[in-house]
Design a protein around this ligand. Structure first.
Ligand SMILES: Cc1ncc(COP(=O)(O)O)c(C=O)c1O
Length: 460
């Protein structure tokens, strides 16, 4: 058990993300956390301590969990049970589409509602003067988590805004070539194609097999597509289709040697699995935070390396004096401060879980259904995601010989209230399954049993 001192330290550490010393003069009344939410996290910390892992460390950030993959906790239901209770959910559904967009924990939503209410009392003072400056605290925390300088981190509303800022912000002229993969997120492909129609750039697509367990093959394909006219490569860190992780570091190194810029779409990567900027070597990176960080809907970030900022035009105009100021990417007009401020609360939750422990749990949940379907699915199941490999994570995609994914997905959804994502790509199809930290083993098992039933008896 945690001592009372430990508990107090843990709770104040949780609050600390929004009430940092030095910036406290900028802040409106310190956020109060819902007692229930805190109690659940303290419960999880108790369980952690009884397993010999101290979530409460004296060095800052005090509550930061292990950044290493922590498999010891992956199957510890006593640890995850209070985490499951930290969300207000409709449990009459089994939500296995957290990749689209995830619910935020209850205490994150409460912070959001408090700030919205406070803003509305006197927006020009409470929102603009009191709450908006807290974006600097969020910037600091995100920069620390990603491993970049504070002056390299812009807060956006989603990955689309971050990536489109880059896609439309780079100076390119007719005939310049851009290389993408045909597994890029469709909106980014649409953005490039619009730029091709408008500016006459040339967009080339590479393709790669699913799953790919030897990702140097992907690096080689990008390398082979580069010509003397190639200026940019853009691709996802992890695909939304099958959860294939791409070798970002190697692609960046290969492209940099050829003077080609690399834009990385990290919509599904940040806070799903642990990594730092320097492990990737990227100059540009965009993500959503309403997927795996569990922040409120309408949150994201854009990282641009300091010496690259001047060369990217913002989507919303900014003055010349802001040319190399990362905040030029935040000139979006009037918007709620509540959404981006609540990112700090989600960050705290993420750190309390521990990035490594969280990823280990997501992988454990994926293996629980995927390996069972492989073992019991009469040899008809194919997993399109790398298993037992560093190139796969919490997202999994499966197909069943003889069962149409759209029909199977519809049957699971319409007849059994299981939210899933049928995927149809030109080169493969399957059903994407994305559980989350709040998903229970019973939910995973019910899904697996239904798929096995469909394999055995059909879905008619
Ligand atoms: C790989 C990838 N990139 C970008 C996006 C866009 O994210 P958002 O809609 O949050 O902007 C998604 C959304 O699913 C995605 O999967």
């Amino acid at each position: 058990m945690l001592s009372r001192m430990d508990r107090r330290h843990f709770v104040s550490a949780l609050a600390g993300a929004t009430a940092a010393p030095g910036l406290s003069s900028l802040l409106a009344p310190a956020p109060a956390f819902a007692p229930g939410a805190i109690r659940r996290l303290v419960d999880a910390a108790d369980v952690a301590k009884s397993r010999g892992v101290d979530l409460i460390r004296a060095d800052a950030p005090a509550w930061a969990g292990s950044a290493a993959l922590d498999t010891a906790f992956a199957s510890d239901e006593e640890f995850w049970e209070p985490v499951q209770r930290a969300f207000d959910l409709d449990r009459t559904w089994i939500n296995l589409n957290n990749g689209g967009c995830s619910p935020a924990p209850t205490h994150v939503m409460e912070q959001l509602f408090r700030d919205l209410k406070y803003s509305n009392e006197l927006p020009v003072i409470q929102m603009w003067r009191d709450l908006e400056p807290r974006i600097e605290i969020v910037r600091r925390e995100l920069a620390s988590e990603f491993g970049c300088d504070i002056e390299e981190m812009a807060i956006t509303r989603n990955a689309s805004e971050s990536l489109e800022t880059l896609i439309f912000g780079l100076d390119l002229k007719a005939g310049d070539e851009v290389v993408v993969s045909n597994q890029n997120y469709p909106r980014m492909l649409t953005a490039w194609r619009q730029r091709a129609r408008r500016d006459g750039i040339v967009v080339k697509e590479i393709s790669f097999p699913v799953p790919t367990t030897t990702p140097h093959l992907i690096t080689d394909k990008f390398a082979a597509a580069i010509t003397p006219r190639t200026k940019v490569i853009e691709f996802p860190h992890i695909t939304n289709l099958t959860g294939q992780i791409l070798p970002v570091h190697d692609i960046v190194a290969m492209a940099r040697a050829k003077n080609v810029q690399v834009l990385v779409d990290g919509a599904h990567a940040f806070a799903q699995f642990p990594f730092k900027r320097d492990e990737l070597g990227v100059d540009y990176y965009g993500t959503s935070l309403h997927k795996w960080l569990l922040a409120p809907i309408g949150t994201g970030f854009l990282y641009v390396r300091k010496d690259k900022q001047k060369s990217i035009w913002p989507l919303f105009a900014a003055g010349a004096d802001q040319d190399d100021n990362i905040r030029k990417f935040e000139e979006i007009g009037t918007h709620p401060a509540a959404n981006h401020n609540a990112i700090a609360v989600s960050m705290t939750f993420h750190r309390a879980l521990g990035a490594g422990r969280k990823f280990a749990r997501l992988t454990y949940l994926r293996d629980r259904w995927a390996k069972r379907l492989l073992a019991e699915g009469q040899g008809r199941v194919k997993i399109l995601t790398p298993l037992d490999s560093p190139w796969g994570g919490g997202i999994g995609n499966f197909s069943v010989d003889g069962l149409d994914p759209a029909k199977l997905g519809n049957w699971l959804f319409g007849n059994h209230r299981i939210v899933n994502t049928p995927i149809t790509h030109a080169e493969f199809s399957g059903i994407r399954i994305t559980p989350n930290v709040y998903t229970t083993l019973d939910e995973i098992d019910r899904f697996s049993e239904l798929v096995l039933r469909a394999i055995k008896s059909g879905i008619a």
